[in-house]
Design a protein around this ligand. Structure first.
Ligand code: FMN
Length: 187
């Protein structure tokens, strides 16, 4: 059983990536596989509404996302973490989610019953709007989102600052543990 964790920051070693690595280690401690995928270095195009995914079985845009969608398709869990940009999730992250959702809806609805949820990382504000944006993807795709003891939001600006947010780290560690436990129960 495997969970894909998508880091949506363009900074390869940024706070978002470090948080995702921590979540992956919690999932591994729970006995599941965790696969971290980063959008750093990629340029994710927005859905063009071509609808070719219905015929081809995956997105036809040639920017590398189709391979990520394949990894998610075969996993039991999916966690996405985004930096907050101007009060919302990063554009590339939403583009990736929207295209992933369109492929799932246009084919076998493979996202159904995957367990996971969103995480937002920001210097100061906009986490809750970003989380709500990303939750729209999970809830329209028949996915299961466990809770934690707070919302999945973390504070940090320069890479590594996020570790000072002890409550944020504790929150997403428990969330990740819950994702793994729920996947085991469903199995
Ligand atoms: C274009 C841009 C917009 C940003 N907008 C916000 C914002 O609205 N609220 C905030 O608290 N931080 C904002 N930030 C700061 C980032 O969220 C913060 O640096 C975060 O750590 C980035 O994650 P990363 O380290 O994984 O790249 C912004 C940064 C950039 C580059």
């Amino acid at each position: 059983m495997r969970v894909v964790l998508l880091s949506g920051s363009p900074r390869p070693e940024g706070n978002t990536f470090q948080v995702v690595e921590e979540c992956a280690s919690v999932i591994r401690e729970q006995g599941l596989d965790a696969e971290v995928i980063s959008l750093a270095g990629m340029k994710i195009e927005s859905c063009t509404a071509c609808r070719r995914c219905a015929k081809e079985g995956n997105c036809v845009l040639d920017d590398g996302l189709a391979g990520i969608i394949d990894r998610i398709r075969d996993a039991e869990g999916f966690i996405v973490a985004s930096p907050v940009y101007f009060g919302t999730a990063r554009g590339d992250v939403m583009a990736a989610l929207q295209r992933n959702g369109m492929v799932s809806m246009s084919t076998s609805r493979f996202l159904s019953w995957k367990v996971g949820g969103p995480i937002a990382v920001a210097r100061r504000g906009g986490h809750t709007a970003a989380i709500q944006e990303m939750l729209m993807f999970f809830f329209i795709n028949n996915m299961i989102v466990p809770g934690s003891t707070y919302w999945n939001m973390l504070f940090g600006k320069e890479p590594g600052e996020v570790w000072k947010d002890v409550e944020g780290i504790t929150t997403v560690r428990l969330f990740s543990e819950n994702v793994a436990r729920l996947i085991r129960k469903i199995a």
